[in-house]
Design a protein around this ligand. Structure first.
Ligand code: LMR
Length: 344
């Protein structure tokens, strides 16, 4: 109890300090009024995200800051707020739309409220490989999904990688679909994930990322699904004994900016920022892959009991999860599902 109390207290303190530093509570704007090319004041970009500073997203946000400030000779100042200090899952998208922050990089599935097709990343065993995922987002279909955000006042500028999702839980090894019966899992967002666990006979609850450790510790849920790196950097091994290597879904990010802020920038600044983002994206993708592998080793060292699904196990899961395709193929769209599946 004392550990939980301390964690909550620290989180609250961090949030209060971050909100004060970010000047929140001031009237919403699209941010374009903060400094401009002629006033001599730097243009401020607040970049809010929910993972730790040492995660790939955290390090890439810092890399973007460094490059953006360098390439604009200090005319742009980027302030990075990690670990949900400023906004959690639910609030960060609204904050972006309101102009209280200018940049965020949420997990793709958290955009479900704007376009349910983003849940494609949750369709079980859909993507054949990491390469297929990258091709999807850099290709026509991924770009079409990003474009669908524009009417909501958001531009999708890049895809940042995290990795394939794995299952963890505190009760027992999960080797076959029937092992999930009666357990309850934390999900990020959306109905596809709920349906996935339902098809396995398990319950699901959407819980914000920065509240998940405590939910696992207190037993509000028995397990969750995430990348090796998120499991590692969130220290879930402290509260989860069993890890199943399943690679059943994806967790990646879209780097989003407030559209009117971005389009209101002087052209030379916008060009410099686009270059900075391109370089930060290359850095992020390389790093994400390396760190995810490293985190897998860390989790073994931390004492998690690991089970890797065999091809035969995976076949059993594919079969058990067929109802998810029956229910959601139309919601997501045949074009996206067939297109993703065809990539190698
Ligand atoms: C999660 O909620 O599990 C992830 O989306 C967190 C993140 O941003 O990686």
């Amino acid at each position: 109890m004392r550990a939980i109390g301390k964690r909550l207290w620290m989180a609250t303190l961090a949030a209060v300090l971050a909100l004060a530093a970010a000047g929140c509570g001031s009237p919403a704007s699209n941010g374009a009024g903060q400094g401009d090319a002629n006033s001599g004041e730097p243009i401020v970009i607040k970049f809010s995200h929910v993972t730790t500073p040492d995660s790939p997203k955290g390090q890439a946000a810092e890399k973007f800051k460094e490059l953006a400030e360098q390439k604009t000779n200090g005319r742009v100042k980027v302030e990075v707020f990690p670990s949900g200090q400023l906004y959690g899952d639910k609030e960060e998208l609204e904050a972006l739309q309101a102009g209280n922050v200018q940049m965020i990089a949420p997990s793709v599935t958290k955009l479900v409220g704007l376009n349910p097709a983003f849940q494609i990343v949750d369709m079980p065993f859909l993507f054949n490989s990491r390469e297929a995922v990258l091709k999807f987002w850099d290709g026509e279909l991924g770009q079409k999904l990003m474009k669908s955000l524009e009417p909501h006042g958001i531009l999708g500028l890049a895809m940042w990688e995290n990795g394939f999702k794995q299952f963890t839980n505190s009760k027992r090894p999960l080797k076959r679909p029937e092992d999930f019966k009666g357990l309850k899992f934390r999900t990020q967002a959306g109905k596809v994930l709920e349906a996935q666990f339902k098809a396995l006979g398990a319950g699901a609850a959407t819980i914000p990322f920065n509240e998940t450790y405590v939910a696992l510790q207190q037993g509000t849920v028995d397990g969750q699904e995430n990348t090796f790196n998120n499991i590692d950097t969130q220290r879930y091994a402290e509260v989860q004994k069993y890890l199943t290597v399943s690679n059943h879904g994806r967790l990646d990010y879209v780097v989003l900016v407030n559209k009117s802020f971005w389009e209101g920038l002087p052209e030379d600044i916008r060009k410099a920022l686009e270059e900075a983002l391109k370089e930060a994206t290359e850095f992020e993708r390389q790093l994400a892959y390396e760190l995810d592998q490293k985190s897998f080793e860390n989790l073994k060292k931390a004492g998690m009991e690991v089970y890797e699904l065999t091809e035969e196990d995976k076949e059993a899961f594919r079969k058990a999860l067929e109802p998810v395709y029956a229910e959601f193929a139309d919601v997501i769209g045949k074009e996206f599902i067939d297109g993703a599946r065809a990539l190698k």
